[in-house]
Design a protein around this ligand. Structure first.
Ligand SMILES: *[C@@H]1O[C@H](CO)[C@@H](O)[C@H](O)[C@H]1NC(C)=O
Ligand SMILES: *[C@@H]1O[C@H](CO)[C@@H](O)[C@H](O)[C@H]1NC(C)=O
Ligand SMILES: *[C@@H]1O[C@H](CO)[C@@H](O)[C@H](O)[C@H]1NC(C)=O
Ligand SMILES: *[C@@H]1O[C@H](CO)[C@@H](O)[C@H](O)[C@H]1NC(C)=O
Length: 202
């Protein structure tokens, strides 16, 4: 089957079953990258006004993308005295300040991609597929997408979005055990994001 046909089926399936999916669904292991969690529906007609994505173990440096009309917040956990790790990222819809009767959040008939930037864990049998348990908050209810599929069992009704890890892109580096990221190169990757965030915060 062509990948376009597969994509078409996947879109149909996600429309029919209203699943939350990661786009792209694959990223290289042990690397910085981003994927977008797509919400294309409300909860039985009730608009989506929030989204919380839990960051799985092994995923670090997670940051939510600043989106017009949404506030991004994070929760974190202390790993040790000098390091916090982000455990969840939440987007909350803002009321249109120019129109108090405008609908809040994502109404039916449109979709939004909630982008997450992060560092993926190293590839292992346990991390080939990682899951981001997600809670979709609608105006009148919450819809958890937190079920982890079990091999050989039918797909759960409300699966957590999945991301597959592929081999790390090792341009010249040796083997799967990649060299640790230097502080300088990590800062170089993060600096533009921090800058972007501060510009939006002004
Ligand atoms: C929420 O609102 C939608 C659309 O108005 C409605 O279909 C649905 O039954 C409501 N759900 C609850 C739990 O009130
Ligand atoms: C970790 O998070 C707590 C609470 O937000 C904060 O007070 C503390 O300074 C953070 N520590 C580091 C090392 O970022
Ligand atoms: C405010 O939003 C409502 C609901 O969408 C719309 O009918 C109305 O025209 C909007 N008013 C203005 C001034 O944009
Ligand atoms: C992700 O990996 C699982 C398990 O190997 C596989 O069933 C699924 O088709 C993969 N998804 C993608 C998008 O590659």
């Amino acid at each position: 089957m062509s990948s376009i046909a597969i994509l078409g089926l996947a879109l149909l399936a996600s429309t029919a079953q209203a699943h939350v999916t990661a786009n792209p669904p694959k990223l290289p292991a042990d690397s910085y990258g981003s994927t977008a969690f797509r919400i294309g529906h409300g909860c039985s007609g009730s608009p989506t006004v929030g989204l919380t994505i839990q960051i799985p173990e092994g995923v670090t440096s997670a940051k939510g993308r600043q989106l017009a009309g949404w506030t991004v917040s994070t929760t974190s956990r202390a790993v040790d005295a000098t390091t916090n790790v982000t455990t969840a990222v939440t987007w909350t819809a803002q009321q249109d300040s120019t129109n108090a009767t405008a609908p809040l959040g994502l109404v039916e008939g449109v979709y939004q991609d909630f982008d997450l930037y992060f560092k993926t864990p190293a590839l292992s049998d346990a991390t080939k597929t990682i899951y981001f348990p997600t809670t979709q908050i609608c105006a009148n209810m919450s819809q958890p997408w937190t079920d982890i599929p079990v091999a050989g069992q039918p797909e759960p009704a409300h699966p957590a979005p999945a991301l597959n890890l592929t081999a790390k892109d090792t341009a010249g580096a040796s083997g799967a055990s990649a060299a640790p990221q230097t502080v300088a190169s990590t800062l170089a990757l993060i600096a533009p994001l921090v800058l972007t965030t501060s510009v939006f915060a002004l």
